[in-house]
Design a protein around this ligand. Structure first.
Ligand code: ADP
Ligand SMILES: Cc1cn([C@H]2C[C@H](O)[C@@H](COP(=O)(O)O)O2)c(=O)[nH]c1=O
Ligand code: ZN
Length: 289
C-alpha cells in the first residue's frame, strides 16, 4: 500500500527524510512588514498627538510606516498544525501515514517522529494496528529533533513533520508552536487525547488552541460493535504510561466503558482483599523464627 513496503527497506536513518525538489519560492517569500518603529512611538507620544492634531499625527505615522516598509524583513510564511486524536485502534496512525504520504505526493519533504517509549513492533518505524508501516525517528523528546535531523536540512528542506504517539512528548506544545509559527512547517500530530481513566494525556490537548484543524476519530466497541470513544485497560496496572496493544487495551463505547470500568474495579477490589486474606493466612501459619 502506497509503496510503503519498498521504502521501509531503506536505511531508517535516510528513509524518514524523503528529499524532493527545493521548496517553491512562494513558500519562503519575503514579506515587507510595516511595524511601529521608534519614530512612530515618538509620533504617538508627541504633544501634537491631540484630537486637534489628527492630520499631523496621521502624517507622521504614514511617514514612519513608509520608513519601516523600506527595510524589508525576511520571514517565512507561517506553517500549519493538524491534530488527530481518538482512543486506541481508532486509526490515528493510519490517518497520520495517509496524510504524510499525501503531502509527499505533492512534492513536500516529510519526516515522521515517534516516541522512543513505544517499543512495540519495530523501533525505527511507525506501525499501525493493521501492519502498515513507515520509517520514523524514535526520539526521547522533540527538542532534539532539529539537531539529529541536521539543522540545515531541517531549516531549509523539511516541509512536513508527523508526530505519532504525541501523548508521550512533554515538549509537544513548544515544538509545534515554534515549528508552525516561526519555521513555516506543517505539523501533523497524532495521539491519545485521554488515558485509560479518560484523563487528559500528556500535552496533546494543549495543542488544540494553536491548531488549524482537530480530528477526533472513533473505533468499534469490542463488546457491542457501536462507536468506541474510549480505551479500557484490561489489566491491573495503575501507572498512566503502559505500552501495550490489544492484550492490554480495548476500544469501548460509553456504556461499556462505564460498566467495564465498574466490573474491573470490583474484580480488582475482590482480588486485592482475597490476596490480603491469603497473605495474612499464609503469614499466620508460618513457623516463628
Ligand atoms: N480491538 C482491536 N484490536 C486490534 N485491532 C483493532 C481493534 N480495533 C480496530 N483494530 C484495527 O486497528 C486499525 C487502526 O489502527 P491504527 O491506525 O494503528 O490505530 P491507532 O493509531 O488509533 O491505535 C483499525 O483499522 C482496525 O483494523
Ligand atoms: C490508554 C493508554 C494507552 N497507553 C499506551 C498504549 C500504547 O502503547 C499507546 C497508544 O497507542 P495507539 O497508537 O493509540 O494504539 O499508549 C498508555 O500508556 N496509557 C494509557 O492510559
Ligand atoms: Zn459497547
Amino acid at each position: 500500500m502506497f509503496g510503503i513496503a519498498m521504502r521501509t527497506l531503506m536505511s531508517p536513518s535516510l528513509a524518514p527524510f524523503s528529499l524532493h525538489l527545493p521548496k517553491p519560492a512562494l513558500f519562503s517569500r519575503v514579506l515587507r512588514v510595516s511595524s511601529l518603529t521608534n519614530s512612530a512611538f515618538a509620533a504617538n507620544k508627541s504633544p501634537t498627538n491631540s484630537p486637534h492634531s489628527t492630520v499631523s499625527t496621521r502624517k507622521l505615522q504614514t511617514e514612519a510606516a513608509a520608513a519601516a516598509s523600506s527595510q524589508p524583513l525576511s520571514i517565512s510564511s507561517p506553517g500549519e498544525i493538524h491534530v488527530v486524536v481518538g482512543p486506541m485502534f481508532s486509526g490515528k496512525t493510519t490517518t497520520l501515514l495517509r496524510r504524510m504520504l499525501a503531502e509527499r505526493e505533492t512534492g513536500k519533504n516529510i519526516a515522521i517522529i515517534k516516541s522512543d517509549k513505544d517499543t512495540r513492533y519495530c523501533i525505527e518505524s511507525i506501525v499501525s494496528h493493521d501492519g502498515e508501516k513507515f520509517p520514523c525517528w524514535p526520539l526521547p523528546d522533540l527538542s532534539c529533533f532539529k539537531e539529529r535531523f541536521g539543522i540545515d536540512a531541517y531549516e531549509n528542506r523539511l516541509d512536513v513533520i508527523g508526530i505519532d504517539e504525541a501523548q508521550f512528548f512533554g515538549d509537544l506544545y513548544e515544538f509545534c508552536r515554534e515549528a508552525a509559527d516561526k519555521e513555516g512547517k506543517t505539523v501533523i500530530v497524532a495521539g491519545l487525547d485521554g488515558d485509560y481513566l479518560r484523563r487528559r494525556f500528556g500535552s496533546v490537548l494543549d495543542v488544540i488552541p494553536i491548531a488549524d484543524t482537530v480530528t477526533k476519530l472513533t473505533s468499534r466497541c469490542e463488546v457491542c460493535g457501536k462507536r468506541a470513544l474510549f480505551t479500557l485497560r484490561k489489566t491491573e496496572e495503575k501507572e498512566t504510561e503502559l505500552i501495550g496493544g490489544a492484550e492490554v487495551y480495548m476500544p469501548v463505547c460509553r456504556s461499556h466503558y462505564v460498566s467495564g470500568q465498574g466490573v474491573l474495579e470490583t474484580a480488582r477490589a475482590v482480588l486485592d482483599s482475597s490476596s490480603i486474606k491469603t497473605h495474612d493466612v499464609e503469614a499466620a501459619s508460618l513457623p516463628p523464627f
